[in-house]
Design a binder for this molecule. Structure first.
Ligand SMILES: Cc1ncc(COP(=O)(O)O)c(C=O)c1O
Length: 354
C-alpha cells in the first residue's frame, strides 16, 4: 500500500511559478526572538507534553484531555482512523477526496463508500446521498472542511446534519480542518459540535510551518486516550524540540499569520478575475481557503500541467489526483507577485492548447 499522489507530489521538480502548492509561504523562524534554551530537550514529552496540548486546546476553548498530538495532519488522520476503523468496517468518504487519507483508510481495511461533491453544486457535500448509503455497518464519515481541492466550506447546519446521521448509525465524523483557518469569515471547529466529531489539523497549510510537523486531533477525551495509547505503537512521542517550537509558534501565532488573510483575499480576487476573463475554464467563485479547482472545457489537465512544467516554469495539480481529470487544482497561497505571473503563464498555456 502506498499513496500514489504523495509520491507524485514529492517527485515533481520545483517550478518558479508554483500553482500546485496548497500552503502559504514558509514562515522564517529567524523572524522570531528564539534562543537555544527555547529548544532545550529537558522535560521530554513523557507521557503527553501538557504545554503543547494546552496551547492547542486554548485555540479552541477545548479540553486539553481531548487533544492528541501527531506529526502533521497526515499522521493525525492516520491515528484517528486507526483508532476508529477495524478491518471490514464501512467508511463513507467524500468524492473527490484527499487521496492519502483515502489510501490510509484502505490500508486499515475499510470498506469504502463515497458521497459526491459535485462541481454542479459548488462541491457541497451531498447529504441526501449520505442518508441513502449510510448503514448499520458505517463506523466513520470522512470529509475535509474546507474541502481539498475545491476550497468549499461546509456550513455548520450541514455539519450538524451529518453529525445526527452519524449518531443514528453509531458512527463518528472525521473532519480534516487543515484549511479551515483560511475560511472567510473565520469558522469554529466542528470538534465543538459534540463527541461524535473527531477533528484533525496542523500548523502547516495556513501558517507556513509545515516543516515543524505540528499536527493534532481533537476528540472526546475517552477516544483521545485510546489514540494516545495507539500512538505508543507508531511513534511513542513527538520530537521534543518540535513540541517546544510548536508551543513557541502558538504563542506567536498572530505574528506568524500576519498578512496571510489579506494576501489570500487579494489572490482569490485575482483568480476570480482570471476565470471571468476566460471562456475555456469555469470555477465556483473563490471565497475561502488556499485552493481552487477549475474545470477546463473537456480536456485532460495532465497535458496542461506537462506544458506548464516544460515551457512555462509553472505547475498545477492535474485533476486525475482528485478523480476529476478535466479539472486542475490551483494554489492561491503564494506571493501575490508570483501569482500574477503564474496566472499569466497559465493563461498562455491554456491559449496554446486551445
Ligand atoms: C486535506 C488535507 N489533509 C492533510 C494534508 C497534509 O497536512 P500536513 O502537512 O499537516 O500533514 C493535506 C495536504 O495537502 C490535505 O490537503
Amino acid at each position: 500500500m502506498q499513496s500514489e499522489y504523495m509520491h507524485w507530489a514529492k517527485t515533481q521538480s520545483a517550478t518558479r511559478y508554483n500553482l500546485s502548492s496548497s500552503e502559504v509561504p514558509h514562515f522564517r523562524l529567524d523572524r522570531l526572538n528564539l534562543t537555544i534554551e527555547d529548544l532545550d530537550l529537558d522535560g521530554a514529552s513523557h507521557p503527553r507534553y501538557l504545554p503543547l496540548r494546552q496551547s492547542i486546546a486554548s485555540q479552541y476553548s477545548f479540553d486539553p484531555e481531548g487533544v492528541v498530538a501527531a506529526d502533521g495532519t497526515s499522521m493525525a488522520n492516520f491515528l484517528a482512523m486507526a483508532a476508529l476503523i477495524a478491518p471490514g468496517d464501512e467508511v463513507i468518504f467524500e468524492q473527490p477526496a484527499y487521496e492519502p487519507m483515502l489510501s490510509a483508510a484502505e490500508f486499515l481495511g475499510a470498506d469504502i463508500k463515497r458521497v459526491a461533491r459535485s462541481p454542479a453544486t459548488d462541491f457541497r457535500f451531498d447529504i441526501d446521498q449520505l442518508k441513502a448509503i449510510v448503514s448499520e455497518r458505517t463506523r466513520l464519515i470522512v470529509l475535509a472542511n474546507l474541502h481539498n481541492p475545491s476550497g468549499a466550506l461546509t456550513s455548520e447546519a450541514d455539519l450538524q446534519e451529518i453529525g445526527s446521521i452519524a449518531e443514528g448509525a453509531d458512527a463518528h465524523v472525521l473532519v480534516d480542518e487543515v484549511y479551515l483557518d483560511s475560511a472567510v469569515p473565520p469558522q469554529p471547529t466542528s470538534a465543538l459540535l459534540g463527541p461524535r466529531f473527531v477533528v484533525t489539523n496542523s500548523l502547516t497549510k495556513v501558517y507556513g510551518l509545515s516543516g515543524l510537523r505540528c499536527g493534532w486531533i481533537l476528540a472526546d477525551p475517552g477516544l483521545a486516550r485510546r489514540m494516545w495509547r495507539l500512538n505508543d505503537l507508531f511513534g511513542v512521542n513527538q520530537a521534543h524540540q518540535a513540541e517546544r517550537l510548536a508551543c513557541f509558534a502558538f504563542a506567536h501565532l498572530d505574528e506568524i499569520s500576519a498578512g496571510t488573510a489579506e494576501r489570500l483575499r487579494a489572490n482569490r480576487a485575482m483568480f476570480n478575475r482570471f476565470v471571468a476573463e476566460r471562456d475555456d475554464i469555469d470555477c465556483m467563485t473563490a471565497e475561502h481557503g488556499i485552493t481552487v479547482f477549475p474545470r477546463w472545457a473537456g480536456r485532460d489537465s495532465e497535458a496542461l500541467d506537462a506544458l506548464l512544467r516544460s515551457k512555462y516554469d509553472a505547475s498545477v495539480v492535474p485533476g486525475r489526483w482528485f478523480e476529476l481529470p478535466e479539472h486542475f487544482r490551483v494554489g492561491l497561497g503564494g506571493d501575490t507577485g508570483l501569482l500574477v505571473e503564474g496566472l499569466a503563464r497559465l493563461g498562455a498555456a491554456l491559449d496554446e492548447l486551445r
